[in-house]
Design a protein. Structure first.
Length: 397
C-alpha cells in the first residue's frame, strides 16, 4: 500500500506540473481564454488556424514586406499556422526564425529564371497520379494536399493547399494497384501534404493495405505534425502505427526553438511505440544557416530520440530565393559539426538535384590527394594524415 500511495502522489505531482506547463504556454500567447482541454485537442488547433490576413494582423504587427504578400498568398501557397506553432513566434523580432518559415513575404512573388513550380521533377516520374517512382526500389505515395501549417519554401507549393488550383485528389485504388504490380518496390514513403492529418481509420486502412503486399518490406511516413501539431500524436494513433513495423517516420525540424516540451512528448510517444525517428532539415537563410544554431538543433534532436538524417539544400522552388543559402555555407556548417559533436548528430548534406536528378550527397573535401599507393587525408582539425593503399603480396608456397 505505501508504494501505491507514493505512486499516486507522483502521478498527482506530474499532472500538476503538466497543467502548469500548459497554462504558461497558452497564456504566453493570445489564446489565454482557451481551456486546456481545447488547447490539447488537435481538431481545435486545426479549426482555429490563422488562415487570413485579418486574423494575422490582429495577432501580430506585420512588416511592409509581409503585409504586401499576405494579400497575394492565396494565389501561390495558402497561409496556415496552428495556434500552437504561432505561439513560438517572437512577435517583436522581424527576423524570428519561426516567423520566416510560416509568414508570407513579398519576395515569394519574385521568381528567378532557374526556379520551377516542380523543382525536383516529380511530375515526370509519376506513372499514376499520386505516385512518384524515381528510384528503382521505392516510391513516394502522396496521400493528401493539406498540412497543419504551410512552410513558405515548400517543394510542393504547386499542389499543397490547392492555392494554385492544382486540385490534387489521391486515387488510392490506382496507387495501391501500381505498387502491387511493381514487385521491385520494397519501400513506400507516405507524404503529401501531411499523412498524419488523415483520420486514424484512414491511416490504418492505407498502412494495412500496403502491408498486405508481399514485396513491401518497409513503410515510411514523412510528417511535420510533431512540430506543427504535437497534439495529433495521440496514444490511439501510436497504437495504429506500431502494428505495421518496420515503420519509420521522418520529421521536419529546422530550428531548436521548434523542439518544445510538447513536441518532445509527442516524439517520445512515437519512439516508445518502437518507431525509428529521423529528421530532415532544410538549410534556410536567417533560420539555421549558422553552425551554432545547427549544432544546437542536432544535439536537441538526439535528446528527443530523433536521428538527424538529412540537411537539404533548399530546392529551387518558385519564390524561394530570399530563403536560399549558398552551398559554400552548407559545407561550412558540415565542417563545423564533424568532429565537434557526436557522429550520431551529423546529418547527410544533400541537394535534391533539379529536374529529377535525385539526392546527391555534398561533403567537405577531406581527401587532399590520392594515388595507387596512398591517400592523404585532412581531419576535422585541419591536420594531415597518410593512409597507405593495400599492395599485392607475392606469397611463396
Amino acid at each position: 500500500m505505501p508504494n501505491d500511495s507514493n505512486a499516486d502522489k507522483k502521478d498527482d505531482h506530474n499532472c500538476e506540473e503538466r497543467l502548469n506547463e500548459l497554462k504558461k504556454f497558452v497564456s504566453a500567447g493570445v489564446w489565454e481564454g482557451v481551456s486546456l482541454i481545447d488547447w490539447e485537442d488537435w481538431h481545435w488547433q486545426l479549426r482555429n488556424r490563422i488562415a487570413t490576413i485579418d486574423q494575422l494582423e490582429n495577432l501580430i504587427k506585420l512588416s511592409p514586406e509581409e503585409q504586401a504578400d499576405v494579400l497575394l498568398a492565396e494565389k501561390r501557397l495558402a497561409l496556415g499556422i496552428t495556434p500552437y506553432f504561432f505561439n513560438l513566434i517572437d512577435k517583436h523580432d522581424l527576423s524570428c526564425p519561426i516567423r520566416r518559415q510560416v509568414i508570407p513575404r513579398i519576395e515569394e512573388t519574385q521568381s528567378m529564371p532557374w526556379e520551377r513550380d516542380d523543382p525536383c521533377g516529380e511530375e515526370s516520374s509519376s506513372p499514376v497520379p499520386g505516385i512518384v517512382h524515381r528510384y528503382p526500389d521505392r516510391v513516394l505515395f502522396l496521400v493528401t494536399d493539406r498540412c497543419a501549417s504551410y512552410c513558405r519554401y515548400c517543394t510542393r507549393s504547386r499542389m499543397v493547399s490547392n492555392a494554385t488550383g492544382y486540385d490534387f485528389h489521391p486515387e488510392f485504388e490506382r496507387q495501391v494497384a501500381y505498387i502491387r504490380e511493381h514487385k521491385e518496390v520494397r519501400d513506400v514513403l507516405l507524404s503529401g501534404g501531411d499523412p498524419l492529418l488523415l483520420n486514424d481509420d484512414k491511416i490504418d486502412e492505407i498502412l494495412k493495405r500496403l502491408r498486405q503486399i508481399p514485396h513491401i518490406e518497409m513503410l515510411r511516413i514523412g510528417t511535420r505534425i510533431p512540430i506543427f501539431l504535437p497534439q495529433r500524436i495521440t496514444a490511439e494513433l501510436c497504437d495504429i502505427l506500431k502494428k505495421y513495423h518496420p515503420l519509420f517516420i521522418s520529421i521536419h525540424t529546422n530550428h531548436p526553438r521548434e523542439l518544445t516540451v510538447e513536441s518532445r512528448k509527442a516524439l517520445g510517444r512515437l519512439a516508445d511505440a518502437g518507431i525509428p525517428l529521423g529528421n530532415q532539415s532544410v538549410l534556410l537563410k536567417g533560420v539555421n544557416d549558422d553552425v551554432v544554431v545547427m549544432k544546437a538543433l542536432v544535439q536537441k534532436l538526439l535528446m528527443c530520440r530523433v536521428k538527424p538524417y538529412y540537411l537539404y539544400q533548399c530546392d529551387l522552388v518558385s519564390g524561394s530565393e530570399h530563403l536560399r543559402t549558398s552551398i559554400k555555407k552548407g559545407i561550412e556548417i558540415m565542417i563545423g559539426l564533424r568532429g565537434f559533436t557526436t557522429g550520431y548528430a551529423i546529418p547527410q548534406y544533400v541537394i535534391d538535384a533539379p529536374n529529377g536528378g535525385g539526392k546527391i550527397p555534398i561533403n567537405p573535401n577531406y581527401i587532399v590527394s590520392q594515388n595507387d599507393e596512398r591517400i592523404i587525408l585532412r581531419n576535422y582539425e585541419g591536420k594531415l594524415y597518410e593512409y597507405p593503399e593495400p599492395i599485392c603480396l607475392n606469397v611463396v608456397k
